[in-house]
Structures are given as C-alpha cells and as structure tokens.
Design a protein around this ligand. Structure first.
Ligand code: CA
Length: 231
C-alpha cells in the first residue's frame, strides 16, 4: 500500500528501454520513486500491488493496447493516468481519455514538460481525497461555483451563464486538471437523451471562456478541453 510519508511512486509503463531510462532518471532527480513495466500485463499487476501515485502510460505496448490498460485499471483505481503517445495516434489518445486517462503527452516530449504534468497530477491527488470533487462549492483563482444555488462568480461578481454553459463549466470544474474529450462533453452536457454537435460545442465553449476567463480553460485542438489551476 502507498504511504503518504514516503516519496510518491510513479509507474512508468514503457517498452522502449531508452525512453524508460530517460524518464526514470528525470523522476529520480525530483526525488520521486519509480517502477518500470514493459508490458500491459506487468503494468496492471504493478498498479494493483504497489498503488502508484501516478501512472505514465505508453499506448504502444507489446502485449496489449494501452487503452486496455486504462480500462482495466479504472475498474478499481482512480490513480491519475498520463498517456504518452507518438504523433499521429490522435484517435488512440482520444480513446485513452474516453477510457478514463487524465492527460496526455505527445512524443517526443521534453523532460521539463513531463515533470510539470506529473507535478500537476500529484498535486491533485494530494488535494482531493476521494469524493472531494463532489463537494458543494468549487474555487479556482477568481472563479467560484456554488453547486447548490448554481451561482457562478468571478472575483465576487455573479457571472450569468446559459444552462448549457453552466453544465459544461461544472463538468470541467469537477474534473479539474483532466482533459475532457469533445465526445465526453457532448454526451454529458446536453442531457435528456440529447447529444450536441461539435460546431455548437465550439461556439458555446468560446462564449464560456470569454465569461470565466480564457486562461482557466485550455483548448486541446482536435481533442477537447481542460480546466487548469489558476496561477
Ligand atoms: Ca511503445
């Protein structure tokens, strides 16, 4: 079992020894522990036995698709999963996010960027014990959401949102730090058996970003959107 007094353990799932070694060294310099799994089966076993704080997951594994690893781990664990994929694997990346991955990095990546993503994931794990995201209120920088009353404020001033803007904002806030795909938002924000279309989603997101501050909501071109923590 993980122990919060110990350094966080990062599970590196990567079958390319050169990349695994590069990543392991980078994690060591931060004082983070790591374990390397070269196959999907080894990754699932290690995730179950050692309860890592964060999982870095290559999608192209020798024994199974990385998306399958996400699906299986998600049946029992909410550990943040950062997918590491090669360029040109957009569909796989989206598939992994829809299966429950939190974030993605595109190869080749910079070590600095990798460490920054891991830091964000670790901060989220530390701040949000299970269920905290379902709390009655949300705050992020100047933005606050009172879920009970439905009131959204920016620096204390009430912001008027349409119902769909409000549902989109609530989804992003409840999944802060996580990339939500277009498909996920289209299925979850419209409701009542309705599914929106991508063109409408883009227009509504542009309006929402204008109202609550574009800096809080990142656009991931071709993939989706993410609420980031205010600086
Ligand atoms: Ca690979």
């Amino acid at each position: 079992m993980s122990d919060q007094r110990l350094a966080p353990l990062i599970l590196v799932v990567e079958d390319d020894p050169a990349i695994a070694s590069l990543v392991s060294t980078a994690l060591e310099t931060r004082g983070w522990g790591h374990a390397v799994a070269q196959t999907g089966a080894a990754a699932i076993a290690c995730a179950a036995e050692r309860s890592p704080s964060v999982i870095l997951l290559d999608l192209g594994l020798p024994d199974m698709d990385g998306i399958e690893v996400v699906r299986r781990v998600r049946t029992w664990s909410e550990t943040p999963i950062i997918v590491v994929s090669a360029r040109g694997e957009d569909a796989d990346k989206i598939g992994a996010l829809d299966a429950g991955a939190d974030d993605y990095l595109v190869k080749p990546f910079s070590v600095g960027e990798l460490l920054a993503r891991v830091r964000v994931a670790l901060r989220r794990v530390a701040q949000e014990p299970a269920g905290a995201a379902e709390g009655a209120a949300f705050e992020n920088g100047a933005l606050s959401i009172d879920y009970a009353s439905g009131i959204v404020r920016l620096s204390g001033e009430e912001v008027h949102l349409t119902p769909i803007e409000h549902r989109l904002l609530a989804l992003l806030a409840r999944n802060e730090g996580k990339v939500l795909t277009h498909q996920y938002l289209l299925e979850h924000a419209w409701g009542e058996g309705q599914v929106g279309d991508l063109a409408s989603l883009r227009v509504i997101m542009a309006s929402l970003r204008k109202k609550v501050g574009a800096g809080l909501i990142q656009t991931h071109v071709g993939v989706g959107y993410r609420m980031v923590q205010a600086e």
